[in-house]
Write a protein that binds this ligand. Structure first.
Ligand code: ZN
Ligand code: ZN
Length: 115
């Protein structure tokens, strides 16, 4: 599958592909946020072994960010992660892609889910 370049939903900077914890993702060199496509999200949850890492929002509301993948652009939804109340995630309801601000991916990956 051919990957299109992603534009940062926050600052419209051109994002760069990078690898983080074995996951291919797109990172913005400007605001240091990152974008995970739906399959990259499942790649991330799989790579966690038996720890159940969910990417799910609790009572999401419409975000002011737009999905960098969907055409025409779709408003994403924002809300706290189901297990980590301090972590605000933006997710596209259409393609399932997730936007994480600087440091949020680390927070998410260091979370140990309930068995
Ligand atoms: Zn950015
Ligand atoms: Zn989308």
């Amino acid at each position: 599958m051919e990957k299109r370049a992603v534009t940062c939903p926050k600052c419209s900077h051109q994002m760069e592909e990078m690898k983080f914890a074995g996951i291919d993702l797109d990172s913005c060199p400007f605001c240091m946020g990152c974008w995970l496509d739906c399959e990259e999200v499942s790649q991330m949850t799989r790579s966690r072994g038996n720890a159940k890492l969910k990417v799910e929002l609790k009572s999401p509301v419409q975000s002011e960010l737009h999905c960098p993948r969907c055409r025409p652009a779709r408003s994403m939804q924002v809300g706290p992660h189901v297990d980590i109340p301090t972590l605000q995630l933006d997710q596209c309801p259409e393609c399932g892609g997730v936007w994480l601000d600087r440091g949020e991916l680390t927070t998410l990956l260091s979370h140990r889910g309930n068995p």
